[in-house]
Structures are given as C-alpha cells and as structure tokens.
Design a protein around this ligand. Structure first.
Ligand SMILES: N[C@@H](CCC(=O)N[C@@H](CS)C(=O)NCC(=O)O)C(=O)O
Length: 238
C-alpha cells in the first residue's frame, strides 16, 4: 500500500502546500490505491512534505514521486502528449513551483493580516507560553528563506507583478481548454492546478488572488480540478 504524507486540509484547500496537492492529484491520476497520513512531518526525510512510503520505499519530493510512478509503476502521466507538449508542461510546472510559489508564500507569511488568518494557526497546538517564540522563529526563518531565494528582496508590488505575469502565462496557454493540453489532464495539471487553487484561496486577500479571479478561465480551471479530484471539497463549497 502507498501512504502519502501530507499536512491535511487547511484554508479551504485540499492541503496548504501546492506540492502536496500536486502529489495527491498525481496519485489520483495514477489510479493506484493510496492512503493519506497527516502525521508524518517530523519524520520527513528532507524536512518537507510531501513524501510517500510505497511498501517500505520512501520517496520525498513531489517530482520524485512522479518519477517513482513512472519507474516503479510504469505510469506515464503525459501519455499521448508530443515532446513539445511535455516540454511546455515541464516548464509551466517549474514556473509554478520555483517562482509563483514563492510569491504565494510571501503573501501568506509576510502580510500580517493573511498570516494571522492562515499560517499562524499551524501553531495552535503549541503550548501557549512557547507559541509566540515559535511563531517569531518561523517568521524569521521564512523571511530569511524568501531573501535567500531572492523574491524577498523585491517590493511587495513588484512581487505581485511577477505573480500576475505567471498567472497571465497560465491563462494564455490554457485558453478555453478544460485542461492544459485538452480535454484530459496530464502531469503538469497536477502542479498548475495546485498553484492556481492556492492563488485563488478565498481566505487570503491579495492582489494576486484578485488577478487570478479576473481570469475567468483560471477560476473555471480551479473549480474543474476541485470537482474532479476533491469532490468532497467542491460539495462543501456549494
Ligand atoms: N520540491 C518540493 C517542495 C516541497 C515543499 O516546499 N514543501 C513545503 C510546504 S509547501 C514544506 O514542507 N515546508 C516545511 C518546511 O520547510 O519546514 C516538492 O516538490 O515536494
């Protein structure tokens, strides 16, 4: 049996991490049976989620999870795509994960009103006397990470502009298709859906979200993905 380690649903999303959402969607697309465990963070081999356990074999990182599906289970999530489409999918996926993602981290962690509504609650179970210390440390660590990545060196309006360019690119490539490469989803949809759903998360007030909402095809894409992969969430929103 495959076990996927996740954070669990938060913020009205299947998971607060777009990488976990991507792994959940990849597994759902694979058709393999799997279970979810939201208590594995402390044992994460790379200190991050997602990772999975497939009969004792541990695979950390959403992209290596995809590779594992390909190599161990012979599942090609890009079946039917041309080499050019596969390349476009890879480029879009990495734009979401290595660029758009950081703008979303910035908006959730560095904007006080969003932090208080969202990530602050990750620490609700920490004993009260320790909580402010842990929260301050996590904030410092996240700020340092954003600085190191580079995005944290920009003015917020510039960060938001970068995010909007990403969303424009996704919207333009998606056009009026149900999924990125036509009627059926492929590998990149797992990642792009996770990122677009994160950008649209109704809990957080950001110009990034407003921009995503202004693109009718992105809003419809996220809704379509939620209905297909997380129907329980779609029902709770209806
Ligand atoms: N490249 C990794 C990225 C995973 C990642 O960044 N996960 C974040 C959540 S979005 C995490 O677990 N952060 C916890 C930490 O850094 O302590 C993947 O594709 O799985």
């Amino acid at each position: 049996m495959i076990t996927l380690y996740t954070f669990g649903p938060h913020f009205g999303l299947p998971d607060p991490s777009p990488f976990v959402v991507k792994a959940l969607v990849q597994l759902k697309m694979s058709g393999l049976p799997f279970e979810i465990n939201s208590k594995g963070y402390s044992k994460a081999p790379k200190g991050k989620l997602p990772y999975l356990n497939d009969g004792g074999e541990i695979i950390a990182d959403s992209t290596f999870i995809r590779r594992h599906l390909e190599t161990k289970h012979g599942i090609d999530l890009d079946r039917g795509l041309s080499a050019g489409q596969r390349a476009t999918g890879w480029a879009l996926e990495k734009m979401c994960e290595e660029h758009l993602y950081w703008t979303i981290v910035d908006s959730r962690w560095m904007m006080t009103k969003n932090f208080n509504k969202g990530p602050r609650h990750f620490f609700d179970a920490v004993p009260a006397p320790l909580r402010p210390l842990i929260i301050a440390k996590m904030n410092r660590d996240t700020k340092r990470t954003l600085w190191g990545q580079g995005i944290g060196r920009h003015a917020r309006a510039d960060i938001e502009w970068l995010a909007m360019r990403d969303l424009d690119a996704i919207s333009a490539l998606l056009g009026d298709q149900p999924f990125l490469f036509g009627d059926e989803p492929h590998a990149a949809d797992a990642s792009v859906y996770g990122s677009v759903a994160s950008a649209l998360c109704p809990l957080f007030d950001t110009p990034i979200r407003a921009h995503a909402e202004s693109k009718a095809n992105l809003a419809a894409y996220a809704k379509r993905g939620t209905a297909r992969w997380f129907p329980e969430l779609a029902a709770s929103r209806a």
